[in-house]
Design a protein around this ligand. Structure first.
Ligand code: NAD
Ligand code: ZN
Ligand code: ZN
Length: 341
């Protein structure tokens, strides 16, 4: 069958092509018709040629809202016609982390749309254990599940509870997702960024307790102001900026946790006395687990997770070639853009 496909041929260059696609499914596979594709920082980095370990050409697309159109003989978790979210983390199932349930950081992890071809096309086949159905959510909501999974997993990693004082550094989509799940746990949440419009968004749409606009001064006093004089018991860095990550050690309350959600391609150093005096627990958070996908879908169905604020831009599949550059411009104020197909 011939399938309409968007291919990132080289950095800065998308092309649209009709590609040949074999629709036969294996016993444990499902064939999906793709309806919505979220675009995120990873896609922008790939487009700019700044995504490490990335090879071209590549079909992007890892945030998917899709319809099951064919199922393999052994498939029991979904039926033809179901609307599904896709977990794009294709894990091997046999390595030590996989055996220990840490499928999010499988040693041989292949992420759809990053290490292997993803969903910027009409159809895609995936193992059936990677799809999660909902009877009530829209394709657009289902396409948001993966992004929200990053925040959900990070908040679970840090074991955030209602009594925690949380600082989220970086109010991009990832930081916003962390802030939303920390609020859902009942914690007090302060968000810090140097971008005032993103801070305004978290205050208005996510109901965070305070925001700190990072300027040239030391932010500690401002952070304390938002937390009744105290320091955060949990700090999340979602900037991907090494100096922010290194500074973050000094913002954690004694006995607190620091979680790196943002990634930096290099070394992060810290002062050991600063770390030890505080008895900091340092955590990395990578991707998300099946339980995050299940919990988010339930939270969306119950209305506990409001998806309304998230999508700021919608683009038709056939218009992506001409509009992608615009989405990259800071003045477009993109929170989350979604391709409609
Ligand atoms: N853990 C994971 O599995 C995972 C998944 C996806 C993305 N990420 C990473 O999360 C990070 C954030 O992603 P995003 O899409 O939200 O990025 P983004 O660029 O949209 O947002 C980053 C935000 O941080 C702010 N910022 C930058 N430097 C800062 C500083 N020094 N102090 C305060 N704020 C600062 C920026 O103004 C921006 O609002 C990236 O590093 C990305 O690679 C991690
Ligand atoms: Zn993403
Ligand atoms: Zn594995």
């Amino acid at each position: 069958m011939i399938v309409k496909t968007l291919i990132l041929t080289t950095p800065g260059q998308f092309s649209q092509a009709d590609t040949d696609f074999d629709r036969t499914v294996q016993a444990h596979e499902v064939l999906l018709k793709i309806h919505r594709i979220g675009i995120c920082g990873t896609d922008y980095h790939a487009y700019r040629g700044k995504q490490p370990f990335f090879s071209y050409p590549r079909i992007l697309g890892h945030e998917l809202g899709a319809e099951v159109v064919e199922i393999g003989s052994e498939v029991t978790n979904v039926a033809i016609g179901d609307k599904v979210a896709v977990e794009p983390y294709l894990n091997c199932g046999v390595c030590q982390p996989c055996r220990n349930g840490k499928t999010n950081c499988c040693e041989k992890l292949q992420v759809l749309g990053v290490h292997t071809d993803g969903g910027m096309r009409e159809f895609l086949k995936v193992p059936t254990r990677k799809v999660y159905a909902s009877k009530t959510l829209s394709y657009e909501q289902l396409a948001l599940v993966e992004t929200l999974g990053i925040g959900s997993h990070a908040v679970n990693r840090a074991q955030v509870q209602a009594h925690d004082l949380v600082l989220v550094i970086g109010a991009g989509p990832i930081g916003l997702s962390v802030a939303q799940f920390a609020k859902l746990k009942g914690a007090t949440v302060v968000v810090m960024d140097m971008n005032a419009s993103r801070l305004a968004f978290c205050q208005q749409q996510l109901g965070v307790d305070a925001t700190v606009l990072l300027q040239n001064t030391d932010p500690v006093e401002e952070i304390r102001k938002g937390l009744n004089g105290d320091l955060p018991t949990v700090v999340f860095d979602a900037t991907g900026n090494s100096s922010s990550m290194m500074q973050a050690f000094k913002l954690v309350a004694h006995g607190g946790r620091l979680t790196f959600v943002g990634l930096f391609q290099g070394d992060i150093t810290f002062n050991d006395p600063e770390f030890h005096r505080r008895e900091v627990t340092l955590l990395a958070s990578r991707n998300a687990l099946p339980e995050d996908f299940i919990g988010i879908i339930k939270g969306m169905e119950d209305g506990a997770i409001n998806t309304q604020p998230w999508i700021s831009h919608r683009v038709a599949f056939d218009d992506l070639l001409t509009s992608f550059e615009n989405l990259l411009q800071p003045e477009s104020n993109v929170i989350k853009a979604v391709i409609e197909l």
